[in-house]
Design a protein around this ligand. Structure first.
Ligand code: FES
Length: 132
């Protein structure tokens, strides 16, 4: 029975390791990896609309593609890194004329060949969160 004795320090070390692994074992991201930032209210963003949110870095094009579906892409041109602006229903680069679909991130002319970087979007308690 003496072999089953565990020191207080050993017990705490194992308990700490188990506690830190629980989120991973439940399929959750560790708390330190969470970088979701609230950028606005879902109620002020209509379905089908793209808005440029500048409260995060990089600024993001966020499109509400359906009642509960959202996408986000940064506004950095993949041609040479200039900032994009929203012009009508497309993202436009004033530097050399690249255009992108802000709801898919894909280039829509032949200036840029690479899609915009995407970011996960979630809605919690009526707020739009983007993980950047
Ligand atoms: S940097 Fe955007 S088109 Fe060249």
């Amino acid at each position: 029975m003496d072999n089953l004795r565990v020191s207080r320090r050993g017990f705490l070390r194992v308990a700490g390791a188990v506690a830190s692994a629980l989120p991973f074992l439940r399929g959750e991201q560790p708390a330190s990896a969470a970088t979701a930032k609230a950028i606005g209210l879902a109620s002020t963003h209509p379905v089908g609309k793209t808005k440029l949110y500048t409260s995060v870095s990089p600024s993001l094009f966020v499109t509400r593609t359906g009642t509960n579906t959202w996408v986000a892409f940064d506004n950095i041109c993949t041609h040479a890194g200039a900032q994009l602006v929203l012009q009508g229903k497309q993202a436009f680069c004033r530097a050399h004329g690249a255009t992108f679909n802000p709801a898919t991130g894909k280039p829509t002319n032949n200036v840029a060949r690479t899609a915009l970087r995407s970011y996960p979007v979630s809605i919690r308690k009526g707020k739009i969160f983007v993980t950047v």
